[in-house]
Design a binder for this molecule. Structure first.
Ligand code: 13P
Length: 251
């Protein structure tokens, strides 16, 4: 049985005061709510404060990216060990915005997730096609490449330690959600790929999140699909009410 995970990707939003307010609101709303893993991924600069606020709560902390080297002269970068040190349990890897604006490739995704695993962080590895790729009927081809290259040489033992997020690029921040059927079709494709690459039991244990305009109004239907195990939420995770409703609506 896969436990649902609802993760908020706060992207480059919220200063410290706004983060504190949002986290305290979520703590109040989601107090004692279990059955769902709840995750907040604020920006780097507030992680340390967020950790303190979340110490006595059921909300876990994650970062939005990392750099794969352990340490050294890499101005502006942040290592997996640093993210771990500040109290994160999760880290998002290969988000489409990183791929689009910061030249992230499947190869860098692979290096980053290995660095995360070395520090016992749970990587949330993002895959997803652009609108042009979907219109050219290349969705599964693109996803397969992202999985095969991004997860290259990841052992069966380690695949159980990560989460995959399917985020169709055309559904991110656009208000256009994939229909539950569209999401299920790709989630099943991902799980079938895991079955072929690893084995049935392993594939059945890996959580696959959907991301792209997840809202309180669509979470229930998305979660009814057998291979949708949660959500990676952008815009709607920035408000206490909508993020809490998504969490509560996921079970
Ligand atoms: P939105 O929920 O704003 O579409 O963003 C999705 C996303 O990119 C989460 O990582």
């Amino acid at each position: 049985m896969r436990k649902p995970l609802i993760a908020g990707n706060w992207k480059m939003h919220n200063n410290l005061a706004e983060t504190i307010e949002l986290l305290n609101g979520l703590k109040r709303e989601l107090l004692d709510f279990d059955g769902v893993d709840i995750l907040a991924c604020p920006t780097y600069t507030v992680l340390s404060d967020a950790k303190d606020i979340l110490l006595d709560s059921n909300i876990k902390l994650g970062a939005q990216d990392l750099y794969w080297e352990e340490k050294g002269a890499f101005t502006g970068e942040i290592s997996a060990a640093m993210i771990k040190d500040v109290g994160c349990e999760f880290v998002i890897i290969g988000h489409s915005e990183r791929r689009k604006y910061f030249q992230e490739t499947n190869d860098s995704v692979n290096k980053k997730l290995n660095a995360a695993l070395t520090q016992e962080l749970t990587p949330i590895v993002c895959v997803g096609e652009t609108l042009a790729e979907r219109e050219e009927d290349k969705t599964t081809e693109v996803i397969k490449d992202q999985l095969a290259q991004g997860l290259k040489d990841v052992t069966a033992e380690n695949i159980l330690k990560l989460v995959i997020a399917y985020e169709p690029v055309w559904a991110i921040g656009t208000g256009k959600t994939a229909t539950p059927q569209q999401a299920q079709q790709i989630h099943k494709f991902i799980r079938d790929w895991l079955k072929d690459t690893y084995d049935f039991d392993t594939a059945e244990q890996v959580r696959i999140l959907y991301g792209g305009s997840v809202k309180p109004s669509n979470i229930k239907d998305l979660m009814k699909e057998p291979d949708v195990d949660g959500g990676l939420v952008g815009g709607a995770s920035l408000e206490v009410v909508s993020f809490s409703e998504i969490v509560k609506g996921s079970i």
